[in-house]
Design a binder for this molecule. Sequence first.
Ligand code: ALA
Length: 390
Amino acid sequence: MTGSVIYLDNAATTWPKPEAVYRAIDTAMREYGANPGRGAYRMSVDAQRIVDDTRQEICSLFNAPDPARVIFTLNCTDALCIALKGLIKAGDRVVTGPFEHNAVARPLHSLCRSGARLATAKSTKTFAMDLDHFRELCRQDRLDYVVLSHVSNVTGSVAPVKEIAEITHERGGLLILDAAQSAGDLEIDMQELGVDVLAAPGHKGLYGPMGTGVLVLRSPLPVKPLREGGTGVRSESPEQPEEYPWRLEAGTMNLPGIAGLCAGVRFVRSVGVSAIAEHEANLAKILADGLRQIDGIALFCEPVPHTGVVSFRLDTVGVSLTGTMLDEAFGIAARSGLHCAPATHRAIGTFPEGTVRVSFGQFNTPDHAEALVAAVSEIKSTMRRGPDKG
Ligand code: ALA
């Protein structure tokens, strides 16, 4: 079944993965399947070496200062929860963007119920964050944290991180960046941009398997652990170690996942993040140019897409029906609905139905973009004719 599918849902998870990723997972399970850092014998040491190499690869990719502050997590949501719940306290004031995914919005909502305060920047008519409003919110009162999605998972719009970091730091705050849609898809230099905390999925733009993610800290912030337990170090103490990475990593690690992630990050670094970004944006442009020719279509990437994510809807065919028809009649996998980002859909005027979202990865080709345009065009004209009578 997978042979004939055109997969255009890389914002949910990238697929397929590079061959090296499948091989690395298989090798980790068969050859070094011991518990990393929990034994002095060779198998465990070899397993630990994969973990250390992966921290180093992640550090190099994001220009993070210390591999010990690369924390392995279950996914980007998990990384965000660890950071948000481990840092933000009652009374803290947080400013956030208009395009936050539930991975940011829900933990912030629950932190507000425990006494944190939240202000949300507005969006512009062209699906960007209103930077003047953001600046005003940051200056209005004390600022502890800015929590922001780098790239919207609905519109693909890119936040101006460097400028945002400067405003945040001027006001004495810290910037927590949700890089769910940008890690591996756009260059991220944490030190150059001024990102204090970065959360990223391993299974999207880094091409690792599901069940992997990372939290990266620029400085040794005192994040309160969400989980406590075995670390393989300081076992005599009843306390969770204060040192990173053990402070935030408890229990047996996902070694096969981390090995796959290591191969994924090596793939990304060998192709080059800027080459990937250019490839995805080119495909999105081909797609947007083609879709714009279809009568009655609305695109949510004005004026042009800057990343590989494009959302659209047809005037005469519902979003969910369009998605189903793409799958069943044309073998195209794209995600329709709210994309776990209701605030974004409210901001762009597509709530509650949402949009059909197409998202490209490194393994997509111009043929895939053209096939989607042809399919949407056919769906539109078929539906315009209405059902056959008699
Ligand atoms: N957050 C992922 C998406 O946008 C799952 O599809």
